[in-house]
Design a binder for this molecule. Structure first.
Ligand SMILES: [Fe+2]
Ligand SMILES: [Fe+2]
Length: 203
């Protein structure tokens, strides 16, 4: 059996196992339909002392670390889209999309940073410099491939962060962002002439 099939089967098993619990939780929460808006509002409102009542200091620090890892990756994405936008290689339509996606990443930074600050942490700042493969960006497709790779990495990173957060509200917010990153990835793949949605499961 290939490792891909094994991954797919374990994804299905994991999903089935967590589905019942998730569904019960979903049904208990009458406001779950407004999930995305609530998730972002939650991130912005993390200054409330009650938002993390009962959380241990160790768990709190871990959540801040995970949030800061995400913020660091978002800063990198913003810089990457800036590089792409200034490359002169993008056609007007693609440039518009790139600027739009960059704006989403800036919004992610703002929301995640508000959460870190609210939890008493210090949001990480953007680096002065990033090691991007500038020499390999010679055509629009190169920029799209580069951006698609970062978006795929973002989906993977948020998928990894969701089960790690001690505060499940942060998991919900990360899921909201993951959905946005997945759409970015799909659009970029489509622009490259690739199958926008390569499979039923992400691995
Ligand atoms: Fe993002
Ligand atoms: Fe993205």
């Amino acid at each position: 059996m290939s490792s891909k099939n094994t991954t797919k089967q374990s994804s299905v098993a994991l999903f089935k196992q967590s589905y019942t619990e998730s569904r019960r939780r979903f049904l208990r929460q009458s406001g779950a339909a407004t999930f995305s808006g609530a998730a972002i509002a939650m991130l912005s409102g993390f200054g409330s002392q009650t938002a993390y009542a009962g959380q241990s200091m160790e768990a709190l620090e871990q959540d801040i670390r995970v949030l800061n890892t995400a913020i660091g990756a978002e800063h990198e994405a913003v810089a990457a889209y800036q590089l792409g936008a200034e490359s002169g290689l993008l056609s007007p339509g693609v440039l518009n999309v790139a600027v739009q996606f960059q704006g989403h990443h800036k919004e992610h930074i703002d929301a995640l940073s508000a959460a870190v600050t609210g939890l008493g942490g210090e949001p990480v700042a953007a680096k002065m410099d990033y090691q991007f493969p500038v020499e390999k960006l010679k055509a629009e497709a190169d920029v799209l491939h580069f951006a698609a790779g970062l978006e795929r990495g973002a989906v993977s990173a948020y998928a990894g962060a969701i089960p790690v957060f001690d505060n499940r509200d942060l998991s919900a917010a990360a899921a909201s962002i993951l959905a946005d990153e997945a759409m970015h990835w799909a659009i970029l793949r489509n622009a490259l002439g690739l199958d926008a949605v390569p499979g039923a499961f992400f691995s």
